[in-house]
Write a protein that binds this ligand. Structure first.
Ligand code: ZN
Length: 131
């Protein structure tokens, strides 16, 4: 790591309401993510994904921020609302359709089975105190 480089990256994406106009934003390049991709998405009322898709390696975690919709997952239809969190395996054939209020969601994409430790297994306590 270079001396003037910090151990963190910050970006401001604005309010989730602003995604009515922005539509979609990927944060991976902006934040220099190395283990996952995160996108912020807004789908207008009644609109749906332009295509169904699967993945080769990556699972996707969809976190609904607001609105409602339907998640078409293989042969199933899963109703979405604020607070719905769905983990989709790479092989699932998927598409979304927004409900009457539109659908705002985060999508986190990471390689399936790539996580080898987490939280208490990976975290190390330090002596630093909050000022
Ligand atoms: Zn995908």
């Amino acid at each position: 790591m270079m001396a003037d480089q910090k151990n963190y990256q910050v970006t401001e994406i604005g309010t989730f309401a602003s995604f009515d106009e922005k539509g979609r934003m990927e944060l991976g390049d902006t934040l220099g993510l190395t283990g996952c991709e995160i996108s912020v998405n807004s789908m207008p009322a009644g609109k749906s994904s332009p295509f169904f898709h699967k993945h080769k390696l990556n699972e996707e975690i969809y976190v609904v921020i607001s609105g409602s919709g339907v998640f078409y997952l293989d042969q199933d239809e899963v109703m979405l609302q604020e607070g719905s969190v769905v983990c989709v395996a790479p092989a699932a054939d998927r598409a979304l359709k927004a409900g009457n209020e539109g659908l705002k969601y985060l999508c986190i994409q990471a390689q399936q089975n790539s996580l080898t430790q987490k939280t208490m297994d990976d975290g190390v306590l330090t002596d630093t105190k909050i000022k």
